[in-house]
Design a protein around this ligand. Structure first.
Ligand SMILES: Nc1nc2c(c(=O)[nH]1)N[C@H]1C(S)=C(S)[C@@H](COP(=O)(O)OP(=O)(O)OC[C@H]3O[C@@H](n4cnc5c(=O)[nH]c(N)nc54)[C@H](O)[C@@H]3O)O[C@H]1N2
Ligand SMILES: Nc1nc2c(c(=O)[nH]1)N[C@H]1C(S)=C(S)[C@@H](COP(=O)(O)OP(=O)(O)OC[C@H]3O[C@@H](n4cnc5c(=O)[nH]c(N)nc54)[C@H](O)[C@@H]3O)O[C@H]1N2
Ligand code: SF4
Ligand SMILES: [Mo]
Length: 903
């Protein structure tokens, strides 16, 4: 960071929007006031001293909370005047800013009228008297300047803003300016002309000089959009949607996809390897070379291995980079080669782990492709906030609705998605399992089940032995049986026992004795559990009226084929898999699976392509154990995860931001505290990077070659072409992993380029079976990997261990098996209800903590990503708490108030 020379009585302008900043700069120079412009909070702090009279701070654009910024500024100069620029006119916010130390607040949208009077007001009692007079004179000039600038921009860019610019469009103008600031980091010169090519409007100015590369937006948002990367003079100037082979999947990307220019050229990007010099989290860093960084890391790890074994070094990874090469695989290889422990973030576990058991073994998500939504006559969005968290999927639901499908939304709060529903059902948090059980209760009581489907395609007719909970097999029949002893048998209406292929009409109810073994049908066992939840009883637990439960079931069954689009709202609670089990069982017994329009899952039909593509076969090394982040305190105290010994001393965090997003922030900080070396590899200075000992700058997705096809509702793999050179000293993740293994002399198979890695991928049986080659990928950029149309479990045959949809599990297993006690019987069937551990109205603590906080995934960000993108910050400048008016009113809380949330 270069030192900034400060003259006497300066004004410091901290406005990241280049255009607005320049206008303000010109105003001050016309009033002959010394003015320093800074680009980020570090520069801001450095430029404030006792000679600074005033600073203008654009509050939203700093990653730090403004109160901290103001406090820091006042520490440097107690008498400093601060003019805060804000995006929204919100009175309580302005009050809050004032109490935090701002001398005046200016709403950016009204800057032409408010800024100069505010400046005059705060400067009047300073030794700026002449300047103040000149400033007042320049008020007119200020407005003229804004207009001039706008006209100039309009002329240079096909009149994009010229005509429509007025006070109301100030924000829009500054958004365009922000994009310019982004590109300007890397490309001075005529930035206005070069960089205005942003957003849909800018399509008009995209020129044929642009080189177009294929890219994937791979943030883990459930979108997985194919992008076109528009590159001019080696700079990214714009992102737009890329066409997929199936027209129906085309046509849109979201605001995040459109604002990648601001992520690539984000001033918060990590530029060089850094070594911590102050205490952890103090923000004091020293720039070091890559060689020093890698040597420091590997020396320390080797020392730890000697003392504590290889599992003392742990990997934490997440969804920051879902590329096949640079994301999951590079890190999986690194982990295997080094024998690293994995600390699992415990996110999304309930749906992922249970749906694989219930509806398919190899794929994590089990559902029909999105396009099939149009065949559904009823869609239940269950614990799913489609209009925020499934931006690419929502329109398929909206289209189905237009075609006449009924949309039911089951949520704890009235979301935007709920506002689009034919029926919104509000459920008490954490009780969906009971709701689904009760719907099954009604279905069984009123004979609204699909017996044919239960017989042919579920485990319903299988006979469960009382002795061990396993299905009756040929081997249990002794002398009577011929054939594969492992084959499961069923019972005919006439009492004959045989293979399902031999018995056309098996029984699904009854308890029998076969060869002296007492057996009951799996369907009856389910029925037994379901019997505990008649609607009147369920109503008490889940707070849904009994009649609504009946009505829900009727809509769902009578409008079949029905699709349940499940979301992670079901996942948020202890034993969330019970919710998932019950909801999936409902789909199974009503036959709403395995056909067009009938599906139950997250609508991410991820294909086995990835699992069997052959690259997981690196011969060297054995990965260390997997430890749940929820048990870290135990692990660190006892040196054991259940029965598994593991002494953790160092963390390698890559593509994840656990300090920003793992449960219980304080515990995560404690974990960090107890480590000897914390390494974070990220593209920005994330919350986690701020607490690292060594920070490694990773390249952005567009700065390397990759192949992508994960966590996406589109049935494709994409080729992601390297469009840009890695900025500054950043390196792609795969390169970073390679530097580590090479230093340690490990994983020689790794010593290839990313393109060679992709070739290896495409050499696997998964790609071969689909006729996908590197050549075809280079030509087409995207390849469909699922048959069209894709219906999961088509014809009632599911990729599970029994080939059927399973509401009864012969061999349940915990997601993390560390030798803990668990009840096999309980886990075989949906559900014996357990209330959430804390957030429960019968919990005595509820008196003190009467609210349940539900954390929303917003459309403006993906988890902790995009937080710095100015366009999105303008639209979503600050955290918002939504509270029911019935709860707010007695507490004197009004719309727009500032509230404090704590637990
Ligand atoms: N824009 C954007 N999109 C994203 C993401 C993002 O960060 N931003 N993240 C992606 C990822 S990784 C995930 S996992 C998904 C998550 O997205 P979703 O699957 O939509 O899950 P959530 O947003 O966690 O919660 C969904 C809804 O469940 C409700 N809910 C909470 N508790 C309960 C309950 O007990 N019962 C019921 N019925 N509803 C409840 C919440 O009010 C919320 O409206 O989104 C993906 N898509
Ligand atoms: N506060 C909060 N907590 C959450 C959620 C939330 O929405 N908000 N969502 C929950 C859910 S459902 C999930 S799945 C998890 C997700 O948790 P994470 O997977 O940790 O997701 P992100 O917060 O997006 O963090 C990803 C990190 O990777 C970095 N990154 C991006 N690209 C790259 C790259 O190419 N290389 C490297 N090395 N790093 C990169 C980003 O800058 C960011 O710091 O969080 C859970 N917890
Ligand atoms: S953030 Fe998600 S929905 Fe938006 S462009 Fe990227 S992948 Fe698509
Ligand atoms: Mo997630």
């Amino acid at each position: 960071m270069s030192e900034i020379e400060v003259k006497s009585y300066t004004v410091v302008v901290a406005i990241p929007h280049r255009w607005l900043r320049q206008v303000v700069e010109r105003i001050f120079s016309s009033a002959r006031v010394d003015c320093v412009c800074v680009e980020n909070s570090d520069e801001l702090y450095q430029s404030i001293d006792e000679n600074t009279a005033l600073t203008i701070v654009d509050v939203f654009s700093y990653s730090q909370y403004y109160r901290d910024i103001f406090t820091e500024l006042k520490q440097r100069n107690a008498g400093l005047s601060i003019v805060a620029l804000v995006s929204a006119s919100n009175r309580s916010y302005q009050y809050e800013l004032t109490t935090a130390g701002a001398s005046a607040i200016v709403v950016k949208e009204n800057a032409d009228e408010e800024l100069i009077p505010a400046l005059v007001q705060v400067l009047q009692d300073r030794e700026f008297n002449d300047a103040v007079a000149r400033l007042m004179e320049s008020q007119k000039q200020f407005i003229t300047l804004i207009k001039e600038e706008v006209n100039l921009m309009g002329k240079e860019n096909g009149n994009i803003f010229g005509k429509r610019f007025g006070r109301r469009s100030f924000l829009k103008g500054s958004a365009a300016a922000a994009a310019i600031a982004g590109v300007a980091v890397a490309s001075p010169g005529n930035v206005v002309k070069k960089a205005l090519a942003v957003g849909e409007e800018a399509a008009a100015v995209s020129t044929s000089e642009d080189q177009i590369f294929s890219g994937a937006c791979r943030s883990g948002c459930n979108g997985g959009c194919l992008l076109k990367l528009h590159v001019r003079d080696e700079k990214l100037v714009k992102t737009s949607f890329g066409e997929l082979p199936d027209e129906e999947y085309n046509k849109r990307i979201c605001l995040k996809g459109l604002s990648h220019v601001q992520r690539v050229y984000d001033s918060n990007r990590l530029k060089y390897p850094l070594k911590r010099v102050g205490t952890r989290g103090s923000g004091e860093w020293e720039q070091i070379s890559w060689d020093e960084a890698i040597t420091t890391i590997t020396d320390k790890w080797q020392e730890l291995w000697k003392d504590y074994g290889q599992s003392s070094v742990a990997l934490i990874t997440g969804s920051g980079n879902l590329g096949g090469v640079h994301g999951g695989n590079a890190l999986a290889w690194l982990r295997k080669a080094l024998g690293m422990t994995k600390i699992d973030n415990a996110t999304d576990a309930a749906i992922i782990s249970f749906s694989a058991k219930a509806l398919g073994t190899s794929a994590a998500y089990n559902s029909n492709e999105l396009l099939d939504m149009q065949n559904a006559k009823c869609i239940i969005s269950w614990g799913n906030n489609l209009t925020e968290s499934n931006l690419q999927s929502w329109r398929f639901v909206a289209n189905a609705k237009e075609k006449g499908a009924k949309l039911i939304v089951i949520d704890t709060i009235y979301t935007t998605t709920a506002s689009k529903a034919d029926k919104f059902v509000s459920v008490r948090p954490g009780t969906d399992a009971v709701l689904a059980m009760s719907m099954m209760n009604v279905a069984i009581a009123e004979d609204l089940i699909d017996k044919e489907f239960i017989k042919s395609s579920t485990v319903g007719p299988f006979l469960v032995k009382e002795s061990d909970g396993k299905f009756l097999r040929l081997s249990d029949l002794g002398q009577l049986a011929e054939g594969d002893p492992d084959s499961i048998v069923v019972r005919g209406q006439d009492g004959k026992i045989g293979l399902p292929t031999e018995i056309a009409d098996p029984v699904i109810s009854g308890t029998y004795t076969v060869n002296e073994l007492k057996v009951t049908t799996a369907f009856d066992l389910l029925k037994g559990r379901v019997a505990d939840y008649p609607p009147e009883k369920a109503q008490e637990i889940c707070d849904v009226p009994a009649d609504t439960i009946r009505e829900l079931l009727h809509i769902y069954v009578e409008n079949s084929p029905s699709t349940i689009f499940m979301g992670y709202g079901l996942d948020h609670y202890v034993n969330g898999h019970y919710n998932v089990m019950s909801v999936m069982a409902l789909a199974m017994i009503t036959g709403n699976l395995g056909k067009r329009g009938a599906s139950c899952g997250c609508l991410l039909p991820i294909d086995a392509f990835w699992a069997n593509s052959g690259v997981y076969g690196m011969s060297e090394g054995t990965p260390g154990p997997t430890v749940s982040i929820l048990h870290m305190e135990d692990v660190l105290d006892n040196g054991k995860f259940g029965d598994i010994p593991v002494t953790l001393k160092s963390l390698f965090i890559s593509s994840s931001n656990p300090i920003g997003n793992a449960a219980n922030y304080n515990k995560i900080l404690e974990m960090i505290d107890r480590m000897e070396l914390v390494v974070v590899s990220d593209i920005t200075m994330s919350d986690s990077a701020q607490y690292a000992d060594i920070v490694l700058p990773a390249a952005h997705w567009f700065e390397a070659n990759d192949i992508f096809g994960a966590y996406s509702p589109n049935p494709y793999v994409y080729l992601q072409e390297k469009a840009l050179e890695p900025l500054y000293e950043s390196k792609p993740d795969f390169e970073i992993c390679k530097m580590i293994t090479q230093k340690l002399g490990l994983a020689k198979e790794y010593n290839i380029t990313d393109m060679e890695f992709i070739e290896k991928y495409l050499d696997g049986p998964g790609a071969k079976a689909k006729g996908i080659t590197l050549e075809s990928m280079k030509k087409n950029k995207a390849a469909r990997v699922l048959p069209k149309p894709f219906v999961h479990g088509e014809g009632g045959v599911f990729p599970t261990t029994t080939g059927r949809a399973q509401f009864y599990l012969e061999q349940p297993a915990p997601a993390y098996d560390y030798g803990q006690d668990w009840d096999v019987e309980k886990e075989r069937l949906p559900v014996l209800f357990e209330p959430p551990t804390e957030a429960w109205h019968e919990n005595p603590l509820f008196k003190k903590y009467p609210f349940v906080l539900v954390q929303e995934h917003t459309r403006w960000r993906t988890h902790t990503q995009w937080g710095h993108a100015p366009w999105l910050r303008e639209l979503d400048p600050e955290p918002i708490v939504k509270i029911n008016p019935l709860d707010a009113e007695p507490r004197g809380i009004k719309n727009g108030d500032i509230v404090r949330v704590f637990n």
